[in-house]
Design a protein around this ligand. Structure first.
Ligand SMILES: [Zn+2]
Length: 375
């Protein structure tokens, strides 16, 4: 669940969300254009007109970023790769493309689609500027839109994963080495270097006294650095876990009855299944869960008297046996859980634990390292 985004609308079945941080960019861009750029290059208008022109440009920029992300998404959808949502936030947009692309060719096409679209948009505004060569504010907006779209196209082409250019680089290395993991490693390393470079430029601008630019470069650099690290981890996980579903790792377990005593559950049930949570079926037929830690906090001499349902809460987070394993892993990571209930069509089937998934990941990494050493 996300609390910091506003759902806007759906296009091609993709949910478009606006992160609150986007309002900061919106304000900054409107402000810079209305107070600095437009009055300087196109003098003689009312201040209100400058603010409207600034806001219109910021909204057009938003639309341009959205169209860029939609271009990636439509190519992904064309190859039957699900795209859940597009999030627009302070540094631009991210299309949540759910799976790793099946081949380098597909990866290349998804990645190049965004910059190509931005280039087309830039050229579209360039043509409008040519058609409308007046030296006024409207021309100013068109001119500005041409420039930002070209900047979006070229900035994204820098070969620094997870930028589009980094994905293109990854596709090229992947097609030559046939290891997506190795390709991701190389391209996210260039991603990190580029991030450090931006931070360095930011510090330089800071020293030279242009603070706003400096902070901007540093923030983008830090964001890219974090993104490069995270996307490498993410890719590694989805490659390792992609072959499995929850059912492969689920342990079938029956929930206990709501009126069993805490004592009975703790002596006959928990030690046997090595559980950290106890699934319970309530007298309303619904499923509940109790934390073993919460039970241990109860006075032991009372265990005989307390029915297990008293320490239980309704099950809110669970998976289906047919969910991809990566979904279970992500849920456990996000909510800091060691196990998850597995429920299918209102029937409690069992529990999936974190440990076997982690061992699978460890095993894979060890194998991968041994493979590296042999070469
Ligand atoms: Zn892109």
């Amino acid at each position: 669940m996300k609390f910091n985004t506003i759902p806007l609308f759906k296009v091609f079945g993709i949910q478009i969300n606006l992160d609150y941080s986007w309002f900061i960019v919106f304000f900054l861009i409107t402000f810079t254009l209305a107070v600095g750029y437009f009055p300087y290059y196109y003098p003689g208008y009312n201040i209100l007109v400058y603010w409207i022109a600034g806001a219109v440009s910021a909204i057009l920029l938003f639309a341009s970023v959205l169209i860029h992300e939609l271009a990636h998404s439509l190519v992904a959808l064309h190859y039957k790769i699900p795209v859940r949502e597009i999030n627009l936030f302070i540094f631009g947009g991210v299309a949540m493309i759910e799976e790793e692309p099946p081949s380098p060719k597909v990866e290349f096409r998804i990645a190049i689609a965004g910059p190509v679209m931005s280039f087309i948009l830039g050229t579209f505004f360039y043509i409008l500027v040519l058609i409308y060569p007046q030296d006024d504010l409207l021309n100013g907006i068109l001119n500005y839109m041409m420039i930002v779209n070209y900047i979006i196209a070229f900035f994204n082409l820098v070969p620094a994963f997870p930028l589009d250019g980094g994905r293109i680089l990854r596709a090229i290395i992947w097609s030559r080495s046939s290891s997506i993991l190795k390709a991701t490693k190389v391209s996210s390393t260039t991603g990190k270097f580029f991030a450090y470079f931006l931070i360095f430029i930011g510090l330089l601008s800071f020293i030279e006294g242009s603070f706003i630019n400096g902070i901007w470069y540093i923030l983008i650099g830090l964001f890219l650095l974090q993104a490069a690290k995270a996307s490498y981890e993410q890719t590694k996980l989805s490659i390792i876990l992609s072959k499995y579903k929850v059912e492969h790792f689920m342990r079938p377990i029956k929930p206990v009855l709501y009126n069993e005593t805490v004592h009975d559950v703790m002596t006959h049930y928990v030690p046997f299944f090595h559980l950290k949570t106890v699934p319970i079926i309530g007298d309303d037929g619904k499923y509940y869960i109790a934390d073993v830690e919460d039970i241990l906090a109860l006075p032991r001499e009372k265990w005989h008297e307390i029915p297990i349902i008293q320490v239980a809460k309704p099950i809110e987070i669970y998976v289906s046996p047919y969910d991809p394993l990566i979904k279970a892993k992500k849920l456990m990571d996000n909510f800091n859980l060691d196990e998850l209930p597995v429920i299918y069509q209102n029937t409690f089937l069992g529990i999936i634990k974190k440990e076997p998934i982690e061992s699978l990941i460890q095993e894979f990494i060890i194998k991968e390292m041994a493979h590296e050493q042999r070469r």
